[in-house]
Design a protein around this ligand. Structure first.
Ligand code: AMP
Length: 917
């Protein structure tokens, strides 16, 4: 009976009285079944030798466990020596006679394990060497790691390894509707535990993980990629009807472009552009329109222009009843197709001709929508009469001592019927002091009554009903000394001889000049290079970097006049410069009237480098001569303190001046100031000088509101500009971040185009009366926001054209920015047509307020709201940053809000936005 009084069978032996016992009990063959290590659990009872009288020496309290591996399941006799010993097993418990009397048995349980790897199966054997023992049960088993699913991979039931420390590497297989992300693997430990799961699977598109399995997305949901976290709700204007959708189908009338991600809402093509207006200027037309009323939920609207030339009298808009496409010689600026701006200048049109222009709007889904033809709006115009273009070349034939015959071609663009040509000519020596005019209906004229052997200059112009065109460029011809004309080009031998000897003399003079200039040879190598450059561009003066001089004093005396200190009368301190005080005072130079001047002095105790840097500004300034560049009067270097004397600018620096007079100027006055700055900058760029620190603080204003560019210190740019409060440390120097073009910040690419960027910022400073660009955003946020496409918005009451000009200056691609010459032309045009300055973006502020009301009642989507405040171009950027709904923006904490540079920038753009948040 066992402990529960259930009868059990046992194998017993109890030969304790006789010595040298060797009794064996052997099991049947046990198949291994793939196991590599088997466990043997033996239950037995053993009698305590002490409880048996007279057995000392013969009684034992242990038995031995053996095994023998074999492929044969019916071995009848196995030699003792073929068995391998597993262990000698002793009892933990033993029972005494008393226990027997109580019919209580104490069972021992011992487990041993043994590696069985060589044969199909094995036998176990028990050897008794003289114990009193009863074997109750033997259980033989092996261990497995049970079937399991981890990371969407199934791992099968796995038998453990042969050794107690061995790990079995197991490869999992992906569950249904899933694919491998990374090979799934796990290790099966010796005691049947799974260890170290690696890799795993991902549910296929259209499926998501639920309870360790991949389940299909329900209708109304989709999953596009296996890496997407789970099924997502169909985006706006789309649906999925069946389970397991990988993309949602667009509602009827909505579309998705090939490049649109499945997470994007379905969208529509735009409606037609609106309010197309045309302004005709002789043979060019400026077309301007406003964006379509409906953008279809997208921000990639682009425009293309169709140009039709229509017969006189025809007013048909399209259809080509009387119209045909314009020729390829018509010019469109900035282009004819793929336009993202809403203004095009069409030029090189025929004079007095009817044209029809059709502006098409399309976006990313125009093609997909099958509509093909984009929504469009058209306008018909008639170009004005225009004067003929200049005659491009004039030939002379039949040259004699007193006459010659001129002939020429009709102008390239007569712009009408040519009624007459006018020939103006004069002796070259006389210049235009006295000239003669001849008129002719034909394209040739005989000019008589000329002096012999004299060079004459001829200009020809044409006249149509629209008036005279421009004169041609000058053409020079000489009369003969020979009474007999030469056939051909009208050049006689005497003239040839004279020309040849003239050329000879010229050559001699140039050689002499060259030798003399070599002798002088006081320039360093670089200086010579730039001198040569000057010769390459005759007439254009090029700025010379004073740092290319080995001796800085040489540069200063080359470009600045030394002033005697006794002619300077200092009156008061007006500011603080980098090197010391700036004073105002008077300068009286002999023979000239007294003038007011600003005096910058170099404070005592300066280093050599500081002296050089201080004087470099004068060496630079001294090379310039322009009404919008601060004029250098001279320097004092022969006695201390060193001084730089410049013209006095009564109103000081522009930024402080504007802040002091906030809102007090008319737009035309502001544009006038900007024009002055642009004109100065054009001059500097023509001289190849890059300013690098153009900012309102570096513009000075005189009593007549004339603005002049100043601050030409080189050291400042390379080291530090204390005025540029927002500076940013970069290897090699500090840069005034807010004023500087991205390429100059990123890799120090300073060019005239980067000066143009800074000029755009100055425009913004001027129109906002000295507001700090990008307000209180920090430098890093400014850099990030610019990188993300943000640009400063139009200041309050800023004319749209001016803001557009600013945006042009802030083109990311520096080649796309206007030149100073173009800026100057544009500002001149604005000043001539003040009407164009009337349109301001003031409406947007009203819309912001309206948005505030709408948003609080949660009626709007994020997209609609951005659209309403004219900021829909930021939608994708916001979406990429994870903000797709108004709720997601509204849920932002103040901290999160201010850590996102784009949002900070938007906050500044629309004040209502802040209140909404
Ligand atoms: P700067 O070292 O050139 O930045 O000059 C420091 C300050 O002195 C400027 O911000 C101006 O307020 C003043 N200042 C410099 N030059 C002149 C000038 N030519 N006329 C009037 N004020 C000047």
């Amino acid at each position: 009976m066992d402990e529960k009084n259930i009868p059990i069978r046992t194998y017993q032996v109890c030969n304790v009285l006789e010595p040298n016992q060797n009794n064996w009990l052997r099991t049947d063959w046990i198949p291994r079944s793939g196991a590599q290590r088997v466990y043997v659990e033996v239950k037995f009872t053993l009698r305590d030798c002490n409880s048996l009288p007279g057995v000392t020496g013969t009684c034992k309290e242990t038995f031995n466990l053996y095994y023998h591996e074999s492929n044969e399941d019916r071995e009848s006799y196995i030699k003792e020596s073929s068995f391998i010993k597993v262990d000698t097993v002793a009892a933990d418990e033993s029972f005494t006679q008393v226990d027997v009397g109580d019919r209580i048995m104490k069972l021992n349980t011992e487990v041993r394990d043994v590696k069985v790897t060589t044969r199909k199966g094995f036998y176990l054997a028990f050897q008794d060497v003289g114990a009193c023992i009863a074997l109750v049960s033997v259980r033989v088993f092996y261990k497995t790691c049970p079937l399991t699913v981890r990371n969407l991979a199934t791992f099968p039931d796995t038998i453990t390894g042969a050794d107690t420390s061995s790990l079995v590497e197991v490869r999992g297989s992906c569950v249904n509707q899933s694919e491998e992300r990374e090979e799934p693997k796990m290790y099966c430990g010796a005691d049947g535990e799974w260890l170290v799961p690696i890799g795993g699977c991902l549910c296929n598109p259209g499926y998501e993980e639920r309870g360790g399995a991949c389940k299909a997305c329900r209708a109304g949901f989709y999953k596009a990629k296996s890496t997407d976290p789970g099924c997502a709700k169909c985006p706006p204007h789309s649906h999925s009807l069946r389970d397991g959708a990988t993309i949602c189908d667009c509602h009827a009338g909505f579309f998705r472009a090939d490049t649109d991600p499945p997470s994007m809402a379905c969208t529509q093509p735009p409606s037609a552009p609106q309010q197309l207006i045309s302004v005709v200027n002789e043979t060019s037309v400026v077309l301007e329109w406003t964006p379509p009323h409906r953008l279809g939920g997208r921000s990639d609207t682009s425009y293309s222009l169709e140009c039709l030339i229509c017969q006189t009298g025809s007013h048909s808009h399209t259809g080509g009843r009387f119209c045909a496409p314009c020729g390829s010689d018509v010019l469109f600026s900035p282009g004819q197709t793929g336009l993202t701006t809403t203004r095009v200048v069409v030029s090189e049109l025929r004079a007095h001709t009817h044209y029809t222009f059709i502006v098409h709007a399309r976006n990313g889904v125009s093609q997909a929508s099958g509509a093909g033809a984009a929504q469009s709006v058209s306008v018909s115009v008639t170009t004005n009469q225009a004067a003929p273009s200049p005659v491009s070349s004039i030939q002379a034939t039949d040259v004699t001592r007193h006459s010659l015959s001129l002939s020429w071609q009709q102008p390239d663009r007569p712009n009408g019927v040519i009624l007459e040509y006018e020939v103006k000519f004069y002796e070259k020596d006389q210049r235009e002091r006295s000239y003669r005019i001849m008129r002719t209906f034909s394209r040739s004229v005989d000019v008589t009554g000329l002096n012999p052997l004299t060079v004459y200059v001829f200009h020809v112009r044409a006249r149509t009903a629209a008036g005279y065109g421009e004169f041609s460029t000058p053409f020079e011809f000489s009369t003969n000394s020979d009474p007999f004309p030469l056939i051909g080009e009208g050049v006689n031998s005497a003239f040839l001889l004279l020309s040849v000897s003239g050329v000879g003399i010229l050559l001699l003079i140039s050689a002499a000049v060259f030798i003399i200039s070599r002798r002088r040879s006081k320039y360093s190598k670089t200086k010579q290079d730039s001198e040569e450059e000057k010769h390459l561009n005759p007439g254009v003066k090029i700025y010379v970097d004073p740092f290319t001089y080995e001796d800085p004093d040489q540069a200063i005396h080359e470009f600045a006049k030394e002033i005697d200190v006794s002619s300077i009368h200092i009156e008061k301190v007006i500011g603080m410069g980098e090197f010391g005080e700036v004073c105002s005072g008077r300068l009286r130079v002999q023979g000239k009237r007294e003038i007011y001047v600003a005096i910058k002095s170099l404070k005592a105790g300066y280093s050599d480098k500081q002296r050089r840097d201080f004087l470099s500004e004068a060496s630079i300034m001294g090379q310039f001569d322009h009404p919008n560049i601060i004029r250098l009067e001279g320097v004092v270097t022969r006695c201390k303190p060193l001084m730089i004397i410049t013209e006095y600018m009564e109103n000081g620096s522009l930024d402080a001046f504007l802040r002091k007079h906030d809102g007090q100027f008319t737009v035309i006055q502001l544009v006038g100031m900007l024009r002055g700055i642009a004109s100065g900058m054009k001059y500097l760029s023509d001289m190849n000088y890059v300013h690098r620190d153009l900012a309102a603080r570096n513009i000075l204003v005189n009593s007549n509101l004339v603005c002049k560019v100043s601050d030409f210190g080189l050291s400042r740019v390379l080291e530090d500009d204390p005025e540029a409060t927002g500076t940013y440390l970069s290897p090699g120097g500090k840069i005034p971040i807010r004023w500087t073009a991205p390429e100059a910040i990123a890799y120090r690419k300073f060019t005239t185009a980067s000066d143009v960027w800074s000029y755009g910022i100055v425009m913004w400073e001027v129109v906002s009366y000295g507001e700090r660009p990008y307000w209180d955003m920090n430098n890093q946020d400014v850099i990030k926001a610019i990188e993300e496409g943000y640009r400063l918005p139009a200041p309050m009451d800023c004319p749209v054209v001016l803001h557009q000009l600013m945006l042009d200056c802030w083109e990311r691609d520096r080649a796309e920015r206007p030149t100073f010459s173009q800026i100057l032309n544009m500002l001149d045009k604005l000043i001539r047509n003040p009407g164009t300055l009337r349109r301001t973006g003031g409406e947007r502020y009203l819309q912001c307020t309206k948005a505030k009301t709408e948003i609080s009642s949660s009626k709007w989507s994020l997209c609609e709201w951005l659209q309403s405040i004219g900021l829909e171009r930021y939608r994708d950027t916001l979406a990429a940053a994870g903000y797709t709904s108004l709720d997601s923006l509204l849920a932002l904490t103040h901290h999160e809000f201010s850590s996102h540079s784009l949002l900070m920038a938007l906050k500044q753009t629309c004040f209502a936005f802040v209140d909404c948040i």
